[in-house]
Design a protein around this ligand. Structure first.
Ligand code: F6P
Length: 320
């Protein structure tokens, strides 16, 4: 390879900047050129491409978001878009491309690889919902942000002896809710993966726990499992216990990355460039069984992931 392109795609995640920095500096270390593609695959199609040198990525390792901006790109799911993407890469001499994002972004990377552009994906999403890897950039920061927010809600919830429904992110994945459920000692966790939502049993639990002396009741709700505000109204009516809903929202996607997110994102960025330098293509970097590894993109996309049953059961066992 002679020129490495890099883009971030899909929802942003804290730690993406650390990965961009690592990709850039590793490539420069090999004597390669580096081009930043802005706004994901949209920017590729629109040729929104800038040269990156060592200084462009100074002072970003500690910053959330992505200096390259990000977007979700419908056009890149079409053959026409993919052909054009490969053409733009060739026009700008980009013969190795690092794509930081989720499964949708990897699908795009796979399509470019079929068209002769060497590509490597890096898992970047706060949702942790990428099957081939036990780590994704941003999850650690997001789950710590959510945990701290829930601690704060819990303080006031306890003072008022209320029930709180706290909605965390993860439209299709309950990992943030599960981890916070355990870390925050929630009484209930509502996640789509184990969705047998039975409001009456939640209500019975709230009443039983109140009788046993509990001063609060925290329900962590993964985004997408019912409407938290409506749920709060129904629960208050049925239990006669004041109930409030809090949606933590996008603050979970921002903020300075944790140490783990900085170190793992940096490692994955360097690893991706090492792969491209060796001539590899259509790979995804992953962290599995304590090691950084890589998989074929198609193989990675065909894998499935479920939440850890032991962790789920643990959250139930500890919420007495
Ligand atoms: O995939 C990351 C994520 O933050 C999900 O947890 C959430 O469901 C979604 O993105 C929200 O997307 P948007 O920022 O486009 O509303």
């Amino acid at each position: 390879v002679s020129t490495i392109g890099i883009l971030t795609s899909g929802g942003d995640a804290p730690g993406m900047n650390a990965a961009i920095r690592a990709v850039t500096r590793t490539a420069l270390g090999y004597g390669l050129k580096v081009k930043g593609i802005r706004r994901g695959f949209n920017g590729l199609l629109e040729e929104d491409i800038v040269d990156l040198d060592g200084r462009n990525v100074s002072d970003i390792i500690q910053r959330g978001g992505t200096i390259l901006y990000t977007a979700r790109c419908k056009e890149f799911t079409t053959e026409e878009g993919q052909n054009r993407g490969a053409e733009v890469c060739r026009k700008h001499n980009i013969d190795g491309l690092v794509v930081i994002g989720g499964d949708g972004s990897f699908r795009g990377a796979g399509k470019l690889a079929e068209r002769g552009i060497n590509t490597v994906g890096i898992p970047g999403t706060i949702d942790l919902d990428i099957a081939c890897t036990e780590y994704t950039i941003g999850f650690d920061t997001a789950v710590n942000t959510a945990m701290e927010a829930i601690d704060k809600v819990r303080d006031t919830s306890t003072s008022h002896e209320r029930c709180s429904i706290i909605e965390v992110m993860g439209r299709h994945a309950g990992f943030i809710a599960l981890w916070c459920g355990i870390a925050n000692g929630a009484e209930d966790i509502l996640i789509a993966e184990r969705y047998d939502y039975n409001e009456q049993s939640i209500i019975d639990n709230i009443i039983r726990r109140k009788e046993s002396g509990k001063k609060h009741h925290i329900i962590v709700n993964a985004e997408g499992v019912g409407d938290s505000y409506e749920m709060a109204k129904r629960i208050e009516e049925a239990t006669d216990i004041e109930t409030r809903a809090t949606i933590i929202g996008h603050i979970q996607r921002g903020g300075s990355p944790t140490c783990r997110d900085r170190v793992y994102a940096s490692t994955m960025g360097a690893y991706a460039v090492d792969l491209l330098y060796k001539g590899a293509s259509r790979r995804v970097v992953a962290h599995k069984d304590g090691k950084f590894v890589d998989f074929d993109i198609q193989e990675a996309l065909s894998m499935e992931k479920d939440i850890d049953q032991y962790l789920y059961d643990l959250s139930r066992r500890l919420s007495r």
